[in-house]
Design a protein around this ligand. Structure first.
Ligand code: GLN
Length: 217
């Protein structure tokens, strides 16, 4: 039964809000969550979470810690992955407004724009309807977030920014932008569900991981 399949999920722990993701994942029965800093640790996990933080810093540290190649290979080989914010940037096949030396893990056929929301709505909160997480809006926290500018043929759009932010402000150019996507076992959100206590996005990812692991056994 997929709902009881025990799984081991790693959180890439080079930089960013690692503890928050570990805590969110550990709330689910049957899910073990561990920090991943070394290739041996990566090899042991069933899935990986790429946290929010700074994608350029994380990309540099991925190279330093000899993790860029193995994590890229595992995701290309079907290991489920979830990226929030900077993690979404790392998973994107193409980044706009990145740094020239910024490296990608890739695996998600989307084009994202880094720091897309600009100065006006640089960091903000809004309520989003997110496909696949059950009823009721998800409070989404955006912190110097990317948005998705282009999605590939097999990529599902799970959420877009509504016309008004939670503070009642006009979302302007941000309205309608794609901020949550999924393709097979790869999930990405421009916002940070790990910061709000609403665990439904992590719940969706845990279900995806269980399905992948159950299918393998
Ligand atoms: N702006 C950051 C970057 O480029 C992402 C911000 C975040 O993860 N909160 O990586």
């Amino acid at each position: 039964m997929p709902s009881t399949t025990p799984v081991l999920i790693g959180v890439l722990a080079l930089q960013g809000d690692v503890r928050e993701h570990l805590a969110a994942l550990r709330a689910f029965p049957g899910v073990r969550a561990v920090a991943v800093r070394r290739p041996e640790e990566l090899a042991a996990v069933d899935a990986i979470v790429l946290p929010g933080g700074e994608s350029t810093t994380m990309s540099r540290l991925l190279v330093t810690f000899d993790l860029l190649e193995p994590v890229t290979e595992r995701i290309a080989g079907g290991m489920p992955a979830y990226g929030s914010c900077a993690g979404m940037i790392l998973l994107a096949d193409e980044v706009l407004d990145g740094r020239p030396d910024q490296r990608q893990i890739g695996g998600l056929d989307v084009v994202v724009r880094r720091n897309a929301f600009g100065r006006q709505v640089d960091s903000f909160e809004t309520d989003l309807d997110v496909e696949g997480v059950g009823d009721g809006p998800v409070r989404a926290v955006f912190i110097r977030a990317p948005w998705v500018e282009k999605v590939g043929a097999d990529v599902e759009v799970l959420a877009t920014v509504p016309a008004l932010t939670a503070a009642g402000r006009d979302a302007g150019e941000a309205a309608g932008r794609v901020v949550a996507v999924r393709r097979g076992g790869v999930l990405a959100t421009a916002f940070h569900p790990e910061l709000t206590g609403d665990l439904r996005v992590h719940g969706l990812f845990c279900r995806m991981v269980r399905e992948a692991v159950a299918g393998r056994r």
